[in-house]
Ligand binder design. Sequence first.
Ligand code: NI
Length: 180
Amino acid sequence: MALLSIIIAPDPRLKIIAEPVEQVDYEIRQLMDDMLETMYNAPGIGLAGPQVGSTKRVIVLDVHKDDEAEDSESTANPIRMANPEIIGVSDYDRTHDEGCLSLPEYYAEIDRPDTIRVRYLDENNETQEIDANELLATCIQHEIDHLDGILFVDHITALKRNIILRKLTKMKKQTERKSA
Ligand code: NI
């Protein structure tokens, strides 16, 4: 496994529409494992291919770290998805203060359906369908957005979005200067 570097917004690589995975083979499984390692290390609860420079429709998640578990190791529940697709949504929403590893230290309250049904290919290239609710549902929708070039700040007003993106641009320039 390997740690991948996470792309920080604004960046054109975060705006791409990712391509479907033809089949989950060794290479895709490797990508999923590297993404999980990168996500846990960050730490975060979800990560999508484009955030690490992949053009594939791959996401990984583990929302159990957010639970009040005492021993997070034993409750780790990594989920690997290729070509995730939302095939049903509840007619009621939940609001979550979302963050994103590509927009470090910024958060915004976003409304999304509380419960969703998702179809995807798992790490064994088998089609799965699951019902997800609450935090897992929010997280899956946030990660699928990444596959379509959408960031959580695209759900808030342009004014708020531009403030965040300008600050991140400034932060990135400072980091580049330091490492130059
Ligand atoms: Ni994100």
